[in-house]
Write a protein that binds this ligand. Structure first.
Ligand code: OAD
Length: 247
């Protein structure tokens, strides 16, 4: 790893007045959780997103989609936060830092991050698939079979995550927009920057004059626009970065 890149990262972070961090599936990769678009291991190389992550797919085969999410819940339940989650949580204690994530795994919160702006929902929550019904519940048993909503007695319960073709919560988008606009340093970690509106927030920050840093072992559509690119796994980067705070 290039020491001067990590040194620059350290200096920019400690000199910034307000930092916004955007994370994607890559931040949880070193915790053993699958990403979506990586060529060999990514979930979307093995499963069709329109079958597993769309309202149409759920209506066609609710049992299949439900069991796929139960499997993902198991994968996440066995995982622990890695050095990147822990490092971001530690930075939040020391610096003015907002955290936006596309991840639904809750590992940032487990690591100690607070007020996480979760764009795509929460894996360990269920809600009613009927948009007129506001029932939702925390998941207590990840082996529970597919069931109907107790409140409206008609639709199935589904994971409380955002699927393709569905809108994000407007208040969550507003918050992400606001913290992207007001930061002077935007750090993108482990996201392919392919999915909107999430991918657009780096540009919001850039247009407002923020510096842009990307941590990702692979090039993305953001890479050509950044002020500093650290092409390494996030856990390794944060382990090294946080050791500089101890010096
Ligand atoms: P992707 O799977 O699209 O991208 C993961 C990124 O992480 C890739 O650019 C990898 O190069 C990078 N990566 C892999 N290992 C890494 C590591 N150890 N450290 C740092 N980076 C690493 O995941 P997202 O960008 O999060 O949406 O995908 C966005 C959305 O698409 C997801 O939230 C999900 C998916 O469909 C929904 O489910 C709504």
């Amino acid at each position: 790893m290039n020491n001067s890149d990590i040194q620059n990262l350290y200096e920019w972070l400690t000199q910034a007045e307000c930092i916004t961090v955007m994370t994607g599936a890559g931040v949880s990769a070193e915790s053993g959780i699958s990403t979506f678009r990586d060529a060999q291991e990514g979930l979307w190389s093995k499963y069709d997103p329109m079958e597993m992550a769309s309202p149409e797919g759920f209506s066609r085969d609710p049992e299949l989609v439900w069991s796929w999410y139960q499997w993902r819940r198991q994968q996440v339940q066995q995982a622990s936060p890695n050095a990147a989650h822990l490092g971001i949580a530690e930075l939040q204690k020391r610096l003015k830092l907002y955290l936006i994530t596309q991840n639904v795994d809750g590992l940032h919160q487990q690591a100690g991050s607070t007020e996480v702006i979760e764009l795509h929902g929460h894996l360990f929550e269920n809600r009613c698939h009927n948009s007129q019904c506001d029932y939702h519940e925390s998941v207590v048993d990840i082996e529970e079979p597919l069931k109907r909503c107790n409140q409206c007695q008609s639709a199935y319960l589904r994971p409380s995550v955002v699927w393709f073709g569905e809108s994000l919560d407007a208040s969550v988008i507003d918050m992400a927009q606001k913290v992207s606009q007001q930061c002077d340093l935007f750090l993108s970690v482990g996201t392919s920057s392919e999915v909107y509106p999430a991918a657009g927030f780096a540009n919001v920050a850039l247009q407002a004059g923020a510096k842009l840093i990307e941590i990702n072992p692979n090039a993305t559509s953001l890479s050509s626009k950044v002020d500093l690119l650290i092409a390494k796994p996030a856990g390794q980067v944060f382990k090294h970065l946080m050791s500089l705070f101890d010096d």
